[in-house]
Structure formats: structure tokens, C-alpha cells
Design a protein around this ligand. Structure first.
Ligand code: UGA
Length: 407
């Protein structure tokens, strides 16, 4: 209501301000009022993984459905946008139909409208979507959803209608496919290292095939994290297992992701003769990716925990995520934060890069050499060229690219 954006998301604060000032955007915790005054209701609540049973926690989704059922005084179009397992639309529908309501039953229409926004680029993705998926067989709902997305369809018509189950499965499968590409190229880094091939060249080679394309093929030791890829792959695997189907192909995605992260951490550990005692390591990048303050399933959590557990010290920097990281990991001995990337390098035995933030993509080599105890870089995002680094006197390690000793 105050126009303060509680998350870091490019261009969102400006949209918030415009929306509030124009009166188009309102916030309320009065669900009765919100439900009665609107015909179309989007469910966009969190669906985290339950730590105990690894299942998607749908309680927030069902709570909204119950509120809709309780307070509606007319039938609504209920648009399900939260990321949910396949079949959730049917469950929402049954909640809407069977729960006790105040004014008698209404025939609400449940639509699946999965979102494909990437954190850090969400506003641009929303305003210029590759496609909008609408899962419904209901003609009225189709017309209304077309109207809602019409302002974003000036260049190209990109609303695709399908059944609700297809829409739900499309969402989870899209994330799984993207995660599978990343795991595929990460798996190749191991082989590339053995044969001294270069994964950057391989990426260019395969990415230029228009059937493959080069997006979502960036390898690295700081493997995929966030709230979406790990959750959706798990969700697909779980539902396939429940149906007694073989989920081996998809199970391997998470295994490769885990193994690659461990391989990266082990590279660092091995460099220090398997002991982080009295070693000071600088970390650039704490979020699960650049451009966000979200640290869920971030590589930084694993890397930093292992270094601290093994007696090392960490000096961390991230332009967005330091506060969230601190909240998540708590106060730990040996862990400090710095407000500038170069300050974090003072007296460090090595620098570990964990996101591909723009500020980490070009390096001030002389400052690095001046500030660090020894100029050693472990690059979890493969941002730099090993040979160039060696020529600058940097001892540089990444994944799946040849190693050159520093000159
Ligand atoms: C992902 C999807 O890209 C969105 O389309 C989807 O809407 C969203 O999940 C969701 O389900 O809500 P997001 O998790 O925000 O978006 O971020 P991505 O840009 O997809 O990156 C996910 C992870 O993969 C990050 O850790 C990133 O560093 C990593 N990544 C990405 C790679 O390791 N290599 C790549 O080539 C691309």
C-alpha cells in the first residue's frame, strides 16, 4: 500500500508506483470485499515444498479456494496461477463445489494459467510473453482471458488454449525441459575435462543448431537453484512415480545438478589440500541467480556451509541478496559481508564466483592482484576465458574448460 516493493525485481517498483497512483492497483486483506467486487480471481500464492515429505504444499491454494467459496455472491472465473502439480485444478474445483458456503452454490469456472516469468526479468517477460497458456474448455473463460492478455499481444497473438490438465503439465514440463538442458551440458563438462575439450566451444557448436538453440545451456559449478526448477522437477518425478511410471530420465536431472555442484566444491577443496582451515574465501554472488534477492536452493548455501563447517572463513558480497542470505543462514562464525565486490577480496586466498551478475563479468585484474593474498579464482558460472586469465597471472578454475597455469 505504501508503494514499497518487498522483493528485488527489475522495473517492478516503478510499475507499483504507477499502479497505485492511477488507482488501478489496490491491496487489501479483506478477502470478502476482494472476492465480491471482482469477477475474475487469480490465485497466485506460494506453493513451497514440504521439507518433511518433499511434496508441494498446496494449503495456501486451497485456503484461497475456501475463501472464494465462502464469500462469493456470484459465479467467478478462478484463475489458478500458482505452480502446482497436475490435477490441482480438479481439486480446487471440488473445494469450490463441496465446501459449505454462505449464499448457496455458484458455478465457478476454474482456469489454469501457468506463469513463465523469470525472476529478475519478470516485468519484461510479462509484458512481452513468448506465449500465454490458458487451460480451459469454457468459452466464456476463453473470451475473458483473451481480453485480459490482449494489451500484450499487439505484435503477435500468443494465447494458446488447451485443456486444464495439459496446461498444468505444460508448466511443470517446461521447467523440467529447461532444467534438463542445463543438466545435460553440466554432465558434458566432466567429460570435456577428461578429454581437454572446451564446453564453451561445444555450447557454441550445438547452440548454433536451430533445433537446439543456445538458451539455457550455460554450464557451471554454481548449478541451478531457485524455487522453481528443483521443485518442478521433483513434482514431475513424484507424480510419475505415483502413477508407477519410470521417471529415471527426469530423476537424473537433479542428481546431475547435485553432483556438478559437489564437483565444483571439491575442486576448491582439493586446491587447498582438502582443508579450509585458516583459509579466507571471498564469495561474489549469494542469490540463486543474478538480478534477484532470492536465495532459495542457491549454490552459495552449499558452498558457504561446507567452507565454514570445514573451518574456513568467508567474506561475501552480493548487491541484492546479502540480507536474505543472512536471514536464511543465520549468524555464523567466520562469515562476514562486504558492501563492495572488491572490498570482499582483501587478503582472500581465493575468490569464488557464484552468479553471472554483470559486475562480475569484467574484472579489474590489477585490483584483484593488489587485494588478494593470491590471485586464485573459482568461477562457478564460467564467465571468463581460462587462457586470458592465465595470461593475466590469475590461477583460474571453472567447469569443463581447459586449465592453463598462470604466467
Ligand atoms: C524459471 C523459468 O525460467 C520461468 O520460465 C518460470 O516461470 C519460473 O522458473 C517459475 O516456474 O516460476 P527462474 O527460476 O526465475 O525461472 O530463473 P531461471 O532464469 O530459469 O534460472 C533458474 C536457475 O537456472 C538459476 O539458478 C540459473 O542460474 C540457472 N541457469 C539458467 C543455469 O545454470 N544455466 C542456464 O543456462 C540458465
Amino acid at each position: 500500500k505504501k508503494g514499497i516493493c518487498p522483493i528485488i525485481e527489475k522495473d517492478l517498483p516503478a510499475r507499483l508506483e504507477i499502479g497505485i497512483k492511477s488507482g488501478n492497483l489496490n491491496f487489501t486483506i479483506d478477502s470478502k470485499k476482494a472476492i465480491r467486487e471482482n469477477e475474475i480471481i487469480f490465485i497466485a500464492v506460494g506453493t513451497p515444498i514440504n521439507e518433511k515429505n518433499q511434496e508441494t504444499d498446496l494449503s495456501a491454494v486451497f485456503n484461497v479456494a475456501k475463501e472464494i467459496n465462502k464469500f462469493s455472491d456470484s459465479s467467478k472465473i478462478v484463475v489458478q496461477k500458482s505452480t502446482v502439480p497436475i490435477g490441482t485444478g480438479d481439486l480446487i474445483e471440488s473445494v469450490l463445489r463441496t465446501e459449505v458456503h454462505l449464499l448457496g452454490g455458484f458455478d465457478h469456472i476454474v482456469v489454469s494459467n501457468p506463469e513463465f516469468l523469470k525472476e529478475g526479468n519478470a516485468v519484461a517477460d510479462f509484458e512481452s510473453p513468448d506465449r500465454v497458456i490458458v487451460g480451459t474448455d469454457n468459452e466464456k473463460a476463453k473470451k475473458i482471458m483473451t481480453g485480459i492478455y490482449n494489451p500484450f499481444m499487439r505484435k503477435m497473438k500468443r494465447v494458446i488454449f488447451m485443456s486444464r490438465s495439459s496446461a498444468e503439465l505444460t508448466k511443470v514440463f517446461a521447467n523440467t525441459m529447461l532444467a534438463m538442458r542445463i543438466s545435460a551440458i553440466n554432465a558434458i563438462t566432466e567429460l570435456a575435462e577428461i578429454f581437454e575439450a572446451d564446453v564453451a566451444e561445444i555450447r557454441e557448436g550445438i547452440g548454433s543448431d536451430s533445433r537446439i538453440g543456445s538458451a539455457f545451456l550455460f554450464p557451471g559449478g554454481a548449478t541451478f537453484g531457485g524455487s522453481c526448477f528443483p521443485k518442478d522437477v521433483r513434482s514431475l518425478v513424484t507424480i510419475m512415480r505415483e502413477q508407477c511410471l519410470s521417471a529415471g530420465l527426469f530423476e537424473e536431472i537433479l542428481k546431475v545438478n547435485f553432483r556438478q555442484r559437489q564437483r565444483f566444491i571439491f575442486k576448491i577443496f582439493k586446491y587447498f589440500n582438502k582443508s579450509f582451515k585458516n583459509k579466507k574465501l571471498a564469495i561474489w554472488g549469494l542469490a540463486f541467480k543474478a538480478g534477484t534477492d532470492d536465495v532459495r536452493e542457491a549454490a552459495s548455501l552449499d558452498v558457504i556451509s561446507i567452507v565454514l563447517d570445514e573451518g574456513g572463513e568467508i567474506v561475501a558480497y552480493d548487491s541484492n541478496a546479502m540480507r536474505n542470505f543472512q536471514k536464511k543462514i543465520g549468524v555464523r562464525d567466520g562469515l562476514v559481508y562486504r558492501n563492495s565486490q572488491y572490498q570482499a577480496l582483501e587478503d582472500a586466498d581465493a575468490l569464488i564466483i557464484l552468479t553471472d551478475a554483470m559486475e562480475f563479468r569484467s574484472l579489474n585484474i590489477s585490483r584483484i592482484k593488489e587485494l588478494m593474498k593470491s590471485p586464485v579464482i573459482f568461477d562457478g558460472k564460467n564467465l571468463h576465458k581460462p587462457m586470458e586469465m592465465a595470461e593475466c597471472g590469475i590461477d583460474y578454475y571453472c567447469m569443463g574448460r581447459p586449465y592453463y597455469p598462470p604466467k
